[in-house]
Design a protein around this ligand. Structure first.
Ligand code: SAM
Length: 351
């Protein structure tokens, strides 16, 4: 049997929902070819269409603070980046973003930010309650980093429905090369188990092509995600930021990111899988290609244009000058052009 036949068989194995070993994942990822990718994407599209048809779910992203107590080596808003122009939106500003989003048809709001001490549990709970009171038909997703079990529980009780926390890399030694000693992969993963146990629709994810990443690391990511069985996975290419130690590193590729999206769709057929802004940043049609590889979610930006450029996680981020309505409209056109339709609705995971 040739190596390529073997890799096709591994994809077939995934398609019938059989588990792959670490060695199998590694050979699939490192042995991929354009032809194998096309085979994967065809199956991924079929699986996605079985559960979601041609529907694309939208989430209104509100990047509400770029203050962060953490110092992740790859991130443009890391605390030691003295060049970052810091901002935080007030509750009033955030509610104005929700209102704009609601009128544009968004029924999910994602509050994302650095780990900002100003936003204490009390302030967050107030904000969560307010959003849910004003928009009871909307889902609220939080993406504000690592918190204690009790805090996650309180946010959930206040009305938060979903939580995004990428595990970043499942390999503990690799994690250490991307983060300061104060952060650990073990605690990050524990947070994810806690979120699931509390009852959140939980999202994890990783960067593709982060510095020092190998095919074995990606294999471990797939094994971790299989075990966690999350409702969502956010993956996108690593893109260097000029004010970080990784400024001179190479960005992750479109090709590998698409391949990983296809694998995720086959491994967890119902997963909510965004075609991320980072994917749209490394290639003009990156998000469309992400959808064609198996993704089913897009996350237009609802943050005020005045702060967009300051939420700079990586260089050359797209959509920093567009108003929310323009962002939504342009994505709608892009999705229609490839035969998909943005739907108005919460876009929950299909249990
Ligand atoms: N503070 C929250 C957290 O830790 O989950 C949410 C904000 S954090 C900036 C959101 C995500 O941005 C991270 O999980 C990371 O994967 C991604 N990110 C940060 N820097 C990046 C870079 N240079 N390239 C691509 N993605 C990056």
């Amino acid at each position: 049997m040739t190596n390529q036949t073997h890799l096709h068989e591994l994809i077939d194995k995934l398609h019938i929902e059989q588990e792959l070993s670490k060695e199998e994942w590694t050979s699939l990822i490192s042995g991929r070819t354009p032809e194998l990718s096309e085979y994967l994407f065809t199956l991924a599209r079929k699986v996605r269409s079985r559960h979601y048809g041609t529907d694309i779910y939208i989430r209104g992203l509100i990047e509400f603070t770029n203050y962060c107590r953490n110092d992740c080596f790859y991130c443009g808003i890391r605390k030691s980046n003295v060049h970052a122009h810091r901002y935080r939106l007030s509750e009033k500003d955030i509610l104005a973003c929700c209102r704009t989003g609601y009128l544009l048809g968004f029924r999910t709001f994602v509050l994302q930010g650095g780990e900002d001490g100003y936003y204490t549990d009390v302030r967050m709970i107030h904000l969560i309650r307010r959003i849910k009171e004003l928009y009871p038909d909307c889902a609220l997703t939080l993406s504000i980093g690592e918190k204690s079990y009790e805090t996650y529980q309180r946010f959930f009780e206040a009305g938060a429905d979903r939580y995004l926390l990428r595990h970043e890399t499942a390999d503990f030694a690799h994690y250490k090369r991307l983060h300061p000693a104060s952060l650990s992969a073990e605690i990050r993963q524990e947070c994810l188990w806690n979120l699931k146990e509390i009852g959140y629709q939980t999202g994890t994810g990783f960067m593709v092509g982060s510095p020092f990443q190998t095919a074995e690391h990606l294999a471990e990511d797939m094994l971790f995600i299989k075990k966690l069985n999350p409702h969502m996975a956010g993956i996108g290419p690593f893109i260097p930021h000029r004010d970080t130690a990784f400024a001179a590193e190479t960005a992750g590729t479109l090709e590998l990111t698409l391949f990983m999206l296809g694998l995720l769709r086959l491994m967890l057929p119902k997963i909510l899988l965004p075609a991320t802004t980072a994917l749209g940043t490394i290639a003009e049609n990156g998000r469309e290609l992400g959808i064609l590889a198996g993704a089913n979610v897009v996350m237009p930006n609802l943050s005020p244009v005045s702060v967009r450029k300051d939420y700079s996680l990586y260089d050359n981020k797209i959509c920093t000058g567009e108003e929310a309505a323009e962002c939504r409209e342009s994505l709608e056109k892009r999705m229609e052009a490839i035969g998909f339709h943005i739907v108005t609705g919460r876009g929950d995971y299909k249990f």
